[in-house]
Design a binder for this molecule. Structure first.
Ligand SMILES: [Fe+2]
Ligand SMILES: [Fe+2]
Length: 195
């Protein structure tokens, strides 16, 4: 599937404002790729497809989690907001024929993050958080941090996501905590190395 075909597929699947968000994520991810590297073609394709399942019903996605052994059952214990990323990667593979594991992984982790994300995953995760349409105060902070390093940007997004969820008494998916710890410890290592 080329980019044009992917764009047509998501245009059909998404509401206009979500499609516009998708274009801004793709543009932002491309800018981050120019600064930090990574495979631009894969980053762009994953960005275009990252919210493919955004408007699928929660019940459909929950059923898919129950049926598919590859999707973690643990997802069923958490909020519906997380489903579209993990299950979206599965639909993109099954319905659109995308087989590239790197692209599928970028889609799967774009909401929760995870520890040891690839460079490309970090870029899509961060682009989704800081694209210019994101106007909440935390986006500005993460945007600033993303100019320091990709890791600093991800750490900012993860810590703010956790803080937000805790303030609302919403459960936090374990991958998000693991990712937060990973970047905090990495930062400490950098500190000890005098960076
Ligand atoms: Fe999303
Ligand atoms: Fe998104």
């Amino acid at each position: 599937m080329n980019e044009q075909e992917a764009l047509s597929a998501v245009k059909e699947a998404l509401k206009p404002q979500r499609y516009e968000h998708t274009l801004r994520v793709t543009e932002t991810a491309e800018q981050l790729c120019h600064v930090y590297g990574g495979n631009l073609q894969k980053i762009r394709l994953a960005s275009i497809l990252h919210d493919y399942a955004k408007y699928r019903s929660a019940s459909e996605m929950r059923n898919t989690v129950k049926e598919e052994a590859d999707l973690p059952d643990q997802l069923l214990d958490f909020g519906d907001e997380l489903l579209h990323s993990f299950v979206g990667a599965f639909y993109v593979k099954k319905e659109l024929g995308i087989a590239d594991k790197d692209v599928l992984q970028m889609i799967a982790s774009h909401t929760t993050g995870r520890e040891q994300m690839s460079l490309e995953e970090e870029i899509v995760f961060l682009a989704d958080y800081i694209e210019p349409g994101r106007t909440f105060p935390g986006a500005a902070e993460a945007r600033k941090a993303s100019k320091v390093s990709l890791e600093a940007g991800c750490l900012s997004a993860l810590s703010q996501t956790i803080t937000f969820l805790v303030s609302k008494r919403i459960s936090v998916y374990p991958d998000t905590f693991a990712a937060y710890n990973y970047y905090i410890m990495k930062r400490k290592d950098d500190f000890f190395n005098g960076k």
